[in-house]
Write a protein that binds this ligand. Structure first.
Ligand code: AMP
Ligand code: GLY
Length: 423
């Protein structure tokens, strides 16, 4: 079966690597892909939200499964676009419907969903330009820090955590005044939860679900979790603080009620629910839902997930998820991201990447890379993820760091402390 994968990050290279292991996979196409996905299939120069371009490629290459990596096409309704087109009737799109993708696309929708289904999350209120003065008064009565979230997608920049009441009030005014465009025409204000974050993923057909390996990502640019937020500097799976007792609570209090909520609202969901969670006093709370896999979590989750991913994805559409066998490896996995110097601020692209052929004992997943003739060059902030297995987390980290020192490009940067707080 021919498959089209949408996206161009480390997550998508990992998807491509996993998909290629399936005996069900025929030709694999990736749009737009990177220098790594090109090793697994054929890159197509189509943007992830160019639905007409994607439709054309699907028909031309006889594609039967479309795997959506990033949230943008899902929130824009790629599932529904395929669903209503008769020529695409026998094509499976792995991802939720537009309405269900609002769990990620609208913070207010997600909060209201969690409230209805009794899912633990921070207390909140929402405000619009019409109710800005009520919002200002609301903030005055809250403890600090205060968390302000743009309702819509804001490229990972729409969440502000502010220690000072008057600063938070000013930020609310700015946001409602269009700081993040349409995305902040509504703002969710929520209580700050003090704890440790982790990521749980479930593949669902809207009725049954399979839980994937649990992971923790490291979001800040600086060691000791300092500095600006990035797309993710590394990840580990499993994080030591997530034990069986906590996972049982996650399943009973969060995963099951979420899936029941999807059913009760009649939402079509053949894809991944990403639960961004925080552990506070041994209790899990939802920080956010996403409607896709995480990046860089995928780079440690899929290597530990023994399954035929293609069969699993097809089974969601066919409503037979229960029948598919999955096993989670006992081994640890870690990934360390090499990034361009300057990222997440401005940085240069087009730097030659050397040493890839010297890597032994790790999996290399490309993110911001492209081919320039026969050379692999940098093409983004996050460049390459180095994933390793180990019988302990320390062993896995040692391997990732050994190989991180062998790959080089000008202005290379990486965090040396991924996973160290869990040791
Ligand atoms: P989100 O886009 O909702 O995941 O928020 C981005 C980041 O902000 C999260 O990964 C957390 O680190 C932080 N964050 C969001 N909401 C809260 C909260 N209620 N309490 C503490 N931290 C939060
Ligand atoms: N690693 C967090 C995310 O993918 O949103």
């Amino acid at each position: 079966m021919n498959i089209l994968l949408l996206g161009n990050g480390g997550r998508e290279h990992t998807f491509a690597w996993k998909i290629k292991q399936s005996p069900l996979c025929g030709k694999l196409f990736i749009a737009p892909g990177n220098a790594g996905t090109q090793l697994e299939g054929t890159n197509l120069d189509i943007a992830v939200d160019d639905f007409d371009g994607i439709r054309k490629a699907v028909l031309e290459h006889n594609i039967k499964l479309v795997v959506v990596g990033p949230e943008l096409p899902l929130v824009k309704g790629i599932y529904d676009y395929f669903e209503k087109d008769e020529a695409l009737a026998n094509v499976t799109v792995f991802g939720p419907s537009k309405e269900a993708a609002r769990l990620e696309g609208s913070k207010a929708y997600a909060k209201e969903f969690m409230e209805e289904f009794g899912i633990p999350t921070a207390a909140y209120a929402e405000f619009t330009p019409e109710t800005v003065e009520e919002g200002v008064a609301y903030i005055a009565a809250q403890p600090t820090p205060i968390v302000l979230k743009a309702d819509g997608l804001a490229a990972g920049k729409g969440v502000l955590i502010i220690d000072d009441i008057s600063e938070a009030q000013a930020a609310l005014r700015e946001m409602l005044d269009g700081k993040f465009g349409e995305a902040s025409s509504k703002v969710v204000i929520e209580a700050f939860l003090d704890g440790i974050e982790f990521s749980v993923f479930a593949i669902t057909d809207g009725r049954d679900y399979k839980i994937l390996p649990v992971a923790k990502d490291y979001k800040r640019i600086g060691e000791g979790d300092t500095g600006l937020n990035t797309g993710g500097m590394g990840a580990v799976s499993p994080p030591s603080f997530v034990d069986g007792v906590l996972m049982h609570k996650v399943e009973e209090k969060i995963i099951k009620p979420t899936i029941e909520g999807l059913q009760s609202r009649n939402l079509t969901y053949h894809g991944v629910v990403f639960f961004g969670l925080i552990k506070v006093n041994d209790e899990p709370y939802v920080i956010e839902y996403n409607c896709r896999m995480g990046d860089p979590e995928t780079e440690v989750v899929f290597p530990r997930f023994r399954c035929d991913l293609v069969e699993l994805m097809l089974a969601t559409k066919q409503g037979r998820l229960k029948e598919v066998e999955t096993v989670i490896s006992d081994r640890f996995a870690t990934t360390v991201f090499l990034v361009s110097g300057g990222y997440p601020g401005s940085y240069e692209k087009g730097k030659l990447i050397s040493g890839l052929e010297q890597v032994h004992g790790s999996l290399i997943f490309h993110a911001g890379t492209k081919l320039d003739g026969n050379d692999v060059v940098t093409n983004g902030g996050r460049v390459i993820a180095i994933t390793s297995y180990g019988n302990t987390m320390e062993q896995a980290l040692e391997k990732s760091y050994e190989n991180a020192s062998l790959i080089d490009f000008q202005f290379k940067n990486y965090r040396r402390d991924i996973g160290f707080d869990l040791k």
